[in-house]
Design a protein around this ligand. Structure first.
Ligand SMILES: [Zn+2]
Length: 561
């Protein structure tokens, strides 16, 4: 690898650079990483052997010899032994604040290969949690991930945890309760369910124990479950962010969520205040109360200008739900649209970013027309507005987004939902879903992510593998090569691409001099390992601002917890 003395000199612009690699009089650096394969994700996607960190930022990248010269007696030297390093991953659409609240009190089925394994996690939780504790699986799984290819029965859940109330939710359409759970929630008949909720019946007409209904009914049912205490929420937040660090994540753009009220932000605020935030969070606020969203958002943001916060926790505007009336509504009325327009015009006047959940290409003109109307009055090109999802975006819609400067956050929704998409829209339509290669060519800003944790797994390597092989959880390859990005591009989406959505692409998202030292050392080489092994990659060393926030063998001793 070529020496990059030049890189160091140019970037360390404030230090006078002579002929030597080490600027005269410069203090030694805090950490150097040597003998690695460092994917910098800079403009040329260049690879380096070494990287030096000073005061939380990258002081140099170059050969092993280059960065060793910057080390002093106090410098920590990390021998990468040929391992691959990537910029810390950034999920541009992860409901992390909400997922974190219950992470210490929920049972996680993410990645369970079989129902037997999933039920074993319930059994294990019944042993490790307090006697009689609620065992809640809040989502993040799908039947096709199980060898058995089916949902659990009520009897299986009772057998796994006879002495606990058990609640298992699938997406936003189905939830199974054990009799103990139904009793605890005072659900004796269908009339006791939230509006729209129904008991599922088997072929013989007998209730299965599950509740079905629209998203509203399932969200309302979930809200009846006991909430974790404040201490549990703080504990869950720390554990969840550590879990993200284990998977190489150092940043999240958080799009709020249903029923996420000001109280629900207190745990993440406390962890931030205590200096223990291990993932950088840019958070947005959703309108929550149907009909009064404008007043609500005005109140909540009156003293919260866009960008308020620091590099760890920052206010990033509105969304992904602005008004209930425009949420998953393919045919909004004129008054729905006018109310929405008032809010987003107001946001534009205040220079706010926003992100908007939109599912269907067929109706996205409704949204884009409003954005175009606002843009004629207040230019939005620099406000980092974005649309989330829109998996079947047309070329025309992508062109309109590009013209507005509106970005696109892309999730691996087809990993769980692809087989259903093929059934509904056909194999031909699925070949281009989502059209990230076309969007890149058009110059639309793209961020990658998952939409976890109710509807998806938060594992970024599951999503990266899916970007590259287009396979659903059942193993069906549905995407064509035309819309399959290169490994380099998929990694760009997950790093520098996602950084754009919180206006951070000059601060992080690549490993370049002067940027924050957020990085992950990987268990396998992302660039060369067979594609089917990418989903199994983990971090063995994650740094946030140069601080070790997660370490596994052989680097365990670097973590001071
Ligand atoms: Zn969404």
């Amino acid at each position: 690898m070529k020496s990059s003395i030049l890189t160091m000199c140019v970037a360390a612009a404030f230090v006078l650079c002579g002929s030597a690699a080490v600027p005269a009089g410069a203090q030694s650096v805090d950490t150097v990483l040597v003998n690695g394969k460092i994917l910098t994700v800079d403009g040329q996607f260049s690879t380096r052997e070494g990287l030096a960190v000073r005061d939380g930022k990258i002081a140099a990248v170059g050969t092993t010899a280059d960065v060793r010269k910057l080390a002093g007696p106090q410098t920590r030297v990390v021998d990468l032994q040929g391992r691959t390093v990537i910029p810390g991953l950034i999920d541009s659409h992860l409901h992390a604040i909400r997922a974190a609240l219950s992470f210490s009190t929920e049972v996680n089925w993410i990645g369970a290969p079989s129902l037997v394994d999933a039920l074993a996690r319930i059994r294990e939780a019944s042993r490790t949690m307090k006697p009689g504790a609620w065992l809640i699986v809040a989502g993040g799984w799908n039947v096709q991930q199980f060898k058995e290819n089916r949902r659990p029965t009520q009897a299986e859940l009772v057998a796994a945890a006879p002495n606990n109330p058990v609640y298992v939710q699938l997406g936003y359409g189905w939830a199974m309760l054990t009799p103990a759970a139904a009793r605890a929630l005072n659900i004796n008949s269908e009339a006791d369910l939230p509006s729209g909720g129904r008991f599922e019946k088997d072929a013989g007409g007998r209730p299965t124990g599950a509740v079905t209904g629209g998203q509203g009914a399932i969200v309302a049912l979930f809200d009846r479950l006991p909430r974790p205490t404040a201490d549990q929420q703080v504990e869950g937040t720390k554990l969840f962010f550590r879990e993200l660090n284990r998977l190489g994540l150092t940043g999240v753009v958080d799009p709020g969520g249903n029923n996420l009220m000001p109280d629900d932000y207190q745990a993440v605020f406390k962890v931030w205040r205590d200096g223990q935030l291990a993932v950088r969070i840019a958070y947005t606020l959703c309108g929550q109360t149907p009909g009064s969203e404008f007043e609500e958002l005005k109140n909540w943001t009156a003293l919260l200008p866009i960008g308020f916060g620091d590099d760890l926790l920052r206010f990033n505007g509105l969304g992904e739900r602005i008004t209930a009336a425009m949420n998953n509504n393919d045919r909004p009325s004129e008054s729905d649209k006018d109310h929405y327009y008032q809010i987003v015009k107001w946001a534009a006047d205040r220079g706010m970013s926003l992100t908007m959940h939109w599912g269907q290409e067929a109706s996205v003109d409704q949204l884009l027309s409003i954005f175009e109307r606002v843009n004629k009055e207040v230019p939005i090109a620099n406000l980092r507005w974005s649309i989330a999802h829109l998996n079947n975006a047309s070329v025309r819609s992508l062109e309109r987004m590009k013209a507005l400067g509106v970005g696109w956050t892309v999730q691996d929704a087809m990993y769980f939902g692809g087989d259903q998409f093929v059934q509904q829209s056909g194999a031909e339509a699925a070949r281009r879903v989502p059209p990230v290669v076309t969007a890149s060519r058009l110059g639309v800003a793209i961020g990658a992510g998952t939409d976890a944790h109710r509807v998806a797994s938060y594992n970024p390597f599951t999503a990266l593998q899916w970007f590259l092989d287009g396979k659903t959880v059942a193993g069906t390859a549905i995407r064509g090569p035309e819309e399959t990005p290169s490994r380099a591009d998929a990694l760009r989406f997950y790093t520098i691409g996602s950084a754009w959505f919180s206006r951070d692409e000059r601060k992080r998202g690549s490993l370049e001099v002067g940027k924050l030292a957020d990085l992950a050392v990987l268990s396998k080489d992302y660039m060369t390992v067979p594609v089917e092994q990418i989903g199994g990659i983990e971090s063995v060393l994650t740094m946030l601002g140069g601080k070790v926030v997660y370490a596994a063998a052989p680097y365990q001793q670097l973590e001071s917890r």
